[in-house]
Design a protein around this ligand. Structure first.
Ligand code: URA
Length: 210
């Protein structure tokens, strides 16, 4: 598969299993998603460039590495479940900039409609990380990436927790140039487009709306 990065660290796998359990509470689900996001963020940001800065320790002067990009990373959350991943990443990178994209599916035409789009101005010299816990059919992820590509960020990558093979294929067909990071790839979709075995509706479980 082109550019699918499976981040399957044992801690992530263990926490994901806890998230999948039907009896896991909303509070626990939220905490686990935050923790997994933090762990995944390590891997997703592994190749961020560094530069050397002269600093003074209590003992000596040294050339020490700091993140090179002048402009902060932008994390774009796909509403609403993306918020759960965003919260974890902001804990690790509190000064990251944030964007939001809202999409829904028109029940008549089944087309994905964008109802909200707000990202930092001028993405041209920024690295952008788009987050959404689930890639099921891939429709939302695919649609979210088009307006972002128009803003021509320096780099674009996508982080999810769980993906279905159908969604990954769709994603790669439409956006073969965007690296995709996931903690696990599940078996298939059901007839309503839910991931099996999955973890249910990530938004409902995160916000306790069901
Ligand atoms: N979105 C979810 O929250 N869960 C799924 O299984 C599929 C899409």
């Amino acid at each position: 598969m082109p550019d699918l990065h499976l981040i399957d660290h044992p801690l992530i796998q263990h926490k994901l299993t806890l998230m999948r359990r039907a009896e896991t509470s909303t509070a626990k689900f939220r905490t686990l998603l935050k923790e997994i996001s933090l762990l995944m963020a390590y891997e997703v940001t592994r190749d961020l460039p560094l530069k050397l800065e002269t600093i003074q320790t209590p003992m000596a002067t040294m050339e020490a590495p700091v993140l090179a990009p002048e402009k902060k990373l932008v994390v774009v959350s796909i509403m609403r479940a993306g918020q759960g991943i965003l919260d974890g990443i902001l804990e690790l990178m509190p000064s990251a900039r944030v964007g939001h994209i809202g999409l829904y599916r028109d029940p008549q035409t089944l087309r994905v409609i964008e109802y909200f789009f707000k990202v930092p101005e001028d993405l041209s010299d920024r690295d952008v990380l788009v987050v959404d816990p689930m890639i099921a059919t891939g429709n939302t992820a695919v649609a979210a990436l088009y307006p972002l590509k128009q803003a021509k960020p320096r780099s674009l990558r996508f982080l999810c927790l769980l993906a279905a093979p159908e969604g990954i294929a769709h994603f790669h067909r439409e956006h073969p140039d965007v690296p995709l990071y996931a903690a696990a790839v599940d078996e298939k979709l059901d007839e309503r487009g839910y991931i099996l075995p999955g973890l249910g509706d990530a938004g409902d479980r995160l916000f306790g709306t069901k």
